[in-house]
Design a binder for this molecule. Sequence first.
Ligand code: DMJ
Length: 654
Amino acid sequence: MRAEGSPSLLRAKPTSTRAYGASKTSRRRARRYVLLPIVGCAAWAFLFVLYKQHEVLGEPSASTPRGDTRAASLATPSSDPERARGVHADPRAAETHEESAAAAAAAAAAAAAAADDDDEGTPEELRDAAEKLMASFEWTLPDEPPAPPVTRTSGAGTFPRPEPDATGATRTGAGGDDARSGAVPDGGWVRGIRADVERRDAVRAAMVDAYESYEKYAFGDDELRPLAKRGKNAFGALGATIIDSLDTLWIMGLTEHYSRARNWVDEFLYFDRDWEASVFETTIRVLGGLLAAYDLSGDEMYVAKCVELAERLEPAFATPTGVPKNIVNLKTGEAKTPAWTGAPGVVVLAEFGSLAMEFGALSERVVPNDEKWRVLGETPVRVALRAPAQRHVPRGLFPLYFDSARARWTNDKVSVGAMGDSWYEYLLKVWVQGGRTEAMRGWLDAWTSAADGVLKNLIVDGNDDDAFVASWAGGGPVHEMDHLSCFVGGMFCLGSGAGVTDQEKAYLEAARKITRACYKMYADSPTFIAPETIGFRGGAAHVGVKSNVQRPEAIESIFYMYRKTGDEMYREWAWEMFCAMRTQYRTESGWTGLKDVRVNPPERDDVTQSFFFAETLKYFYLIFADADVVHLDEWVFNTEAHPLQVRARKTSIV
Ligand code: DMJ
């Protein structure tokens, strides 16, 4: 009866390693399981009487729209809607459990009375209201664990900083072979960039605005539907937005929002759910988000959650090759492949081939180090790299479909956008994540070959000092580009290291041109918002798919280019794009994507994507922050922009 994702008094919580004293937790649980049911029964009894009264007095009016019931019921305990959801309520406001129980009972009575006064609500609505009231009640329990101390990170890691040279300058821009030996993980980033405080704080204010709408209308659900003012669960009701936001909130220093999110994870996140989860999405968003929150905060609670989740995903890897199926039921462990890949066991490149950052990080963060997870994440890449090359597919590039049982490619389409993107991204980033050590060379070699394949076959110069990224089918290029492919600018920028060798210079030049094309996808649009896809002909672009879902890839590439070059033009581009998003996405009740970027003002799509918090707003913020905040020699972003610490690795099976 209870909607998935709402806090449940009956939920069996898995045991986990806690950051807080067991005795306090036990006391809290004891109070919860003994006292809450009593209060719950009282409230139910009260509502049952009301319901009976309704039956006697006649049919209720149907004037309350279904969608308003939640807001109405939640607003009842307090006239302040934020308090009503409990997410902004100070748990210490009610001194004792009894006081808060009394308050809840009074609120239940008030809610029921309000329903009665208005003569509104079917029995189902009343039951709903009671459930929601009880759910909101749990949020106001006293004795919440104290929030962990939130300190800002400078991104300082454990690697030795570059030594000053004879002139006293650090080796900015150096690296090259030294970096590749693992001695100095210097990606050639410009040092000493100072924050543009005003613009940085404008982005931070946008985060507060958009995230508080989510807290107000959908806290605990995967995503917010800002216009409907309610939540949406597309990821198994795992609180995807909360988890995707943890590190952004931390980095921005939003202490209170972070603490509420952290405590939700501790108290209400569990994975024993009858839900067919995407292994990829769950890994990059949930596992990646929890790992990054751990790396930033050191809060051990996250590691226990990660292990619980990884164990739920593990059955997907039980194939003859170790290449995982794309879908797994988190409760039953039953795994399957999508029907649309053409045959049973056929899986999607980006989905099976970009799990190694998260699973590798997990191995290093559990105590004692458990290599099982790293091997699980690396095996699919090892298998795919060794599979016989597919005809009609250029060297270094990879088809989109792979047979997980027979270890062979099943089509000849290539894309670095949808379905292919993060495969290429992780070849590079796992090498960076592992400290660019010799042990990781297999990853670098695979990426170098792939990068050269992309450069040679897919990059098409435009006529405005820009470049597009094509896809490939039937033995030749297809002149269409996804917004998703805009990440390639950032990838080439990251892969260009110090820009010392000819090859590195070519990567950086490609990055510059692709990033410019992606900026123009925004600047050339009537709304200053880019479409989901473009086509290109004769060096110019035209709109393909006209929607926009708040994607991050263009601003991601601008971020890398700014960190690499320090060219203020990139901050200007970022500011223009940010202002356009603020104008076009923002509503009074949340930030939404657009159905048609060619129409101004545009029609909204009514979703705040969880990656808008994880990626889009984070990259904007970091562009305007000091370059020391999440320094790219010490942190590497997974494909959902969750920063993971760089740690030198001594072993890899790739
Ligand atoms: C994100 O979930 C990730 O970046 C993924 O790799 C691709 N798509 C979205 C953002 O557009």
